[in-house]
Design a binder for this molecule. Sequence first.
Ligand SMILES: *Cc1c(COP(=O)(O)O)cnc(C)c1O
Length: 416
Amino acid sequence: MEKHDFNPESLMMTYGYKPELSEGAVKCPIFQTSTFVFQTAEEGKAFFELAYGLREKSPKEELGLIYSRINNPNLEILENRLCLWDTSEDCAVFESGMSAISTVLLEFLKPGDLLVYSNPLYGGTDHFIHHFLSKIGVHTLGIMPNQDIDDITRMITNSGKADQLAMIYLETPANPTNDIVDIQMFVEIARQFSTKDKKTLVAVDNTYMGPLWQHPLQCGADLVLYSATKYIGGHSDLIAGAVLGAAELMLRVKTLRTFLGNMVSPHTAWLMLRSLETLKVRMDQQTSNAQIVANFLNRHPKVKHVYYLGLLKENSKAFSIYKKQCTAPGAMVSFDIEGGEKEAFTFLNHLRLMKLAVSLGSTESLAEHPKSMTHAGVDPEQCKKMNITDQLVRLSIGVEHPDDLVWDLEQALAKV
Ligand SMILES: *Cc1c(COP(=O)(O)O)cnc(C)c1O
């Protein structure tokens, strides 16, 4: 037989799981155990030597199972399967997206360092940067989506902290307006500010697109982060996070995770293994529904503007970035309603199928009002600059029949 490389969606049911190690069970059981039995004391000693880096791994040797804060089969199989989507060397799963993000920032930043980040950021990330990192003496510099490379390079140089630029942290497309930035451009900026003994890392929160529609590691980023609560979990029934990247960086991330103890639980990891089996079909259906919804809203007289990657003007800068780094427009559709908060709330209160809730990427469609909900903590001046106004409504489109979604939007808009 010729060699054949299977696509990730074909491997999500089986990859990394050996039935013969689990009584032949076709499905991976939940390894609901805190600790693992060593066959001999010598084996226990050998496992710990590897876990604590006391000696080099011999070829073919693998770290044995020790204790579920360090390793557990559900977590390892899940991490191996997530690596397939992003073609990454290694992955670490966390108990939330925020714990994945905060662990990465804590591991790679120290007092005195400079962190450059894109605006807008997820509210929790924004809070961690401005209220925690600044408290421990990390300097921060925010970039707006429309700034070009010369502008950004000048800002970094003028900050007087260019020598300490340790990380560039991006979120693209950004929540809630689908603003996008060019990952390769920031990789180039990071290269310019790297020195022989200090590499400036680029980390990308890929929650809005991934792991299907955008692959930051292939654009040259060093780390990719997820709130796995969103598309990866996909059923609004768990909270989790993930980080992926080269083995050398992931060893540092996993070591800090061992000591913070913020790994995901075996049960939640098992739920995600189940979710990954349908990831591709869910996300395909979601993005196809979202395009139908966006087209409908775009023609509606009570809708002023639709923020959706599938509606970008072909001659815009955003469109060329989108074409370069995304493979689909995603399932997040935001729009400005004619009027203000009153009109937006009337619309939200009359939805019959879509649920009024925050979060995104799940099988059911959700609607919310960013200015008064997810982005309530963001500086009002900053909100205005980023089009987060009283008129803005954010939709996360699920797997329902598109006719029912359009019907629901139409009847709720009629109430306004
Ligand atoms: C939800 C979200 C997070 C935080 O993830 P949790 O799983 O809620 O901790 C981070 N980034 C983005 C873009 C998100 O949407």
